[in-house]
Design a binder for this molecule. Structure first.
Ligand SMILES: C[S@@+](CC[C@H](N)C(=O)[O-])C[C@H]1O[C@@H](n2cnc3c(N)ncnc32)[C@H](O)[C@@H]1O
Length: 339
């Protein structure tokens, strides 16, 4: 196996060797991983490497590439090595402080946009969906991938991106800046929606970016307005849409997880409790008291969460409950409307 010290190494030989090393250590998607690491080490795109297979690579680049290959072979996720992952056709910074965005989470965005469009149709508004004046909460924002995808799709909406992890919020803020949506996303360090309106109104833990421009949450009682937010108890039913991809893996499942996940992604982002579905009950109760009448709750589910979670969305509090499967046929998104 090469380690980068060989002379006259061309692009094709480096890639072939990197693939062989990852295959030998049973790395999933070893060809793609080796390609991504080579692109990253060379600072090139895919078109370039396939157009220049015989281009000689420098000793420094080879050294960089084979050291990345060694780290990947030892279990570090490719995204931690390159520092990025695509989601909803946008590139996100990822670090070991956040969950790496998963493709199945894109279904949550699709369901949210479909349900919002349906609401507009039912209200007799047929124009393009811009999310004008919508107040949206993303609970457990992590890298910010859901909040930022929704902010891009709904330029009229204000998003409240919530997480218990300050380190995750720092990554989400950088991603919002990268995608030029900082002025419409408030970042809040909260346990689910605990005291969310107070924190937002008091300016506690709100990001420097975005707080001053976001639209006010609407209350129903005489409010205390700070930064345009209202803080009375009666004012809590303020959100049009609450989305969440909460931690939903059971601690009992930890031994079955891939080492890339178990040893490298943050525990707070993975485990929802011993069984995995424990956080949903509080999340659904809090969502019921924070959604406007007709507001939408859209949740990502773990592979076996549905039987424990669906019964929590019962009448008369919830209506129009729908389930969306992912491409593997697993019930992945649960959506419901607050009565
Ligand atoms: C499964 S990750 C989802 C991250 C991102 N939304 C995504 O879809 O890729 C769950 C996130 O919830 C956060 N989290 C865990 N418990 C929480 C709680 N009680 N309140 C708020 N956020 C929480 C974690 O820090 C983590 O960022």
């Amino acid at each position: 196996m090469m380690n980068g010290s060989e002379s006259h190494l061309d692009v094709r030989a480096a890639l072939k060797n990197g693939i062989a090393q990852l295959r030998a250590t049973n790395i999933p998607s070893f060809t793609l991983a080796a390609e991504l690491l080579l692109l990253y080490a060379l600072g090139r795109d895919r078109t370039w490497i396939y157009a220049h297979p015989e281009e000689e690579i420098s000793a420094a680049d080879a050294q960089r590439f084979f050291s990345l290959i060694a780290r990947r072979a030892a279990g570090e996720p490719t995204q931690h090595l390159t520092g990025k992952q695509e989601f909803w056709s946008l590139e996100f910074e990822v670090t070991p402080d956040v969950l790496i965005p998963r493709p199945e989470t894109e279904h949550l965005i699709e369901v949210a946009l479909d349900r919002l469009a349906l609401r507009e149709l039912r209200a007799g508004r047929k124009q393009t969906l811009t999310g004008e004046a919508l107040q949206i909460a993303d609970i457990g924002t992590g890298s910010g991938c859901i909040a930022i995808a929704l902010a891009k799709e709904l330029p009229g909406a204000t998003i409240h991106a919530i997480d218990v992890s300050p380190a995750a919020l720092a990554v989400a803020k950088r991603n919002a800046q990268r995608h030029s949506v900082s002025d419409r996303i408030r970042f809040l360090e909260c346990n689910l929606l605990d005291g969310v309106l107070h924190r937002a109104a008091a300016g506690t833990n709100i990001s420097d970016v975005g707080a001053q421009h976001a639209a006010p949450l609407q209350g129903t009682a005489a409010p205390t307005a700070v930064h345009g937010l209202r803080t009375t108890d009666h004012a809590s039913r303020s959100f049009d849409l609450i989305v969440s991809n909460p931690p939903y893996i059971g601690r009992c499942e930890a031994p079955t997880l891939m080492r890339e996940v178990r040893d490298h992604e943050p525990e707070i982002a993975l485990y929802g409790g011993e069984e995995g579905y424990e956080l949903y009950a509080d999340l659904i109760t809090q969502a019921a008291s924070h959604l406007k009448p007709g507001g939408l709750l859209i949740l990502e589910l773990g592979h076996d969460s549905l039987p424990a979670v669906q019964p929590l969305l019962d009448a008369p509090t919830w209506t129009n409950v729908g389930i969306t499967n992912d491409l593997a046929g697993i019930a992945r998104v649960l959506a419901a409307e607050r009565t």
